[in-house]
Write a protein that binds this ligand. Structure first.
Ligand SMILES: [Fe+2]
Length: 390
């Protein structure tokens, strides 16, 4: 198999029909009619030979400035194995695997590294929180993959039938990636405490919210493992913040514009920490797509803005809150001992109904992780499928 400059697998699904030298690059015609154009530096620095690409790390070991200013292809051909072969003006030559070229071909709009599509949901769309057997996730790669995919595409999933053991909250999230510590520790206990450092540690109802909106980077994932839930009340509320943002955009574009452009102030109230951050409640990525939404009824700081802006923000926020509380726009579920709820903390709002702490116990153990760890796992799972290992 032709080497590639990484550890991935690239099925040879398309043959190179022909190749030609063009200004500053090489053009490739594929068997399905796609015409690719590859820049000379792009090709040269991604060659898989041992002098360009370190044989062990697979990282580039040539420097871009080591390549001649006027580097050009002098001869191109297609080998019997279907590789693109290029001779360079400085006397070097390179070979490229067709599967690798096609995966990175801009003109073919390759989906090789795309993550599963996010599916925004209302209560009707979702029906119920996707559930998977926890012990199976630990031993079956297929089930692990299904859990990861649901967690990404729906933004949430529950593992059930796990032991009610205090260490589960460290074991399960670690299947995806490192746990992110916070001022609440490596993991935290959500139960009624006599010294509540958060509203979460009381028995009061918690409206829909995201955690740690006070941070520059809110934790991307949250995990909550239920050890006890025998109290009256204490049901979990969940809503898709991205679905609500789209509703807002459709029904009140002026409020969407406010919440996606005007920074809101967030701060925590603690004796020994002072986290503050200002950011629009709705965050968009470089393509204008929804990237995050931060909602915190009790961590919003007094807004430091002119009265007109404050008024605009309150009207927009109240509109969003009404949307979030509208029946059909959120779901209610009950965690039972042994359930572990995982969700995208930068997309999914969570909350709970109040409960009676004098009768029965409600105890969840939680921790945080990052979305990029989940994305990495999904790409590795996809790589395993491409390689035929699964
Ligand atoms: Fe929370």
């Amino acid at each position: 198999m032709t080497p590639t400059p990484d550890f991935d697998y690239y099925p040879h699904n398309h043959n190179i029909h022909s190749a030609a030298i063009i200004e500053r690059g090489v053009s490739v015609s594929w068997d399905d009619g796609i015409e690719s154009q590859f820049h000379v530096y792009w090709l040269r620095e991604n060659a898989a030979d041992a002098l360009t690409c370190h044989p062990e790390s697979k990282e580039q070991q040539i420097q871009l400035l080591e390549l001649p200013e006027d580097l050009a292809a002098t001869k191109v051909s297609v080998s019997a194995a279907g590789e693109l072969q290029v001779s360079w003006s400085n006397g070097e030559s390179s070979s490229f695997a067709p599967g690798w070229l096609r995966a990175y071909c801009h003109q073919a709009a390759s989906a090789t590294f795309e993550l599963p599509k996010r599916q925004h949901w209302s209560e009707k769309d979702l029906g119920a929180v996707p559930r998977f057997d926890g012990p199976s996730v630990l031993k079956d790669r297929e089930v692990f993959g299904q859990w990861c995919e649901a967690l990404h595409s729906k933004g949430l999933a529950i593992l059930e039938n796990l032991p009610t053991d205090e260490t589960v909250i460290e074991q399960i999230p670690a299947l995806i990636g490192p746990i992110r510590q916070s001022n609440f520790g490596y993991s935290f206990d959500v139960r009624t405490s006599t010294q509540s450092t958060s509203n979460a540690y009381t028995s009061m109802a918690l409206p829909l919210h995201s955690d740690l909106c006070t941070r520059e980077f809110m934790p991307g994932l949250q995990f909550l493992h239920c050890l006890e839930n025998s109290s009256e009340g204490g049901n979990s509320l969940l809503a898709d913040g991205f679905y609500l943002a789209r509703l807002l955009q459709q029904h009140a574009p002026e409020h969407y514009a406010t919440l996606s452009t005007v920074p809101m102030d967030f701060y925590n109230k603690a004796k020994d920490s002072d986290y503050r951050f200002s950011k629009p409640l709705i965050g968009l990525d470089g393509n204008g797509e929804l990237d995050e939404i931060r909602l915190s009824p009790w961590l919003r700081a007094p807004l430091n803005a002119p009265l007109e802006t404050v008024d605009r923000c309150y009207r927009a926020l109240r509109y969003l809150l009404k949307l979030s509380e509208q029946p059909g726009n959120y779901i209610t579920t009950r965690l039972k001992p042994g359930d572990l709820l995982a969700f995208d903390n930068r997309r999914i709002f969570h909350g709970r109904s109040s409960y009676d702490a004098s009768q029965g116990n409600r105890w969840l153990r939680g921790c945080y992780g990052e979305r990029e760890e989940l994305w990495s796992q999904l790409r590795i799972l996809s790589r395993e499928q491409r390689s035929g290992k699964r």
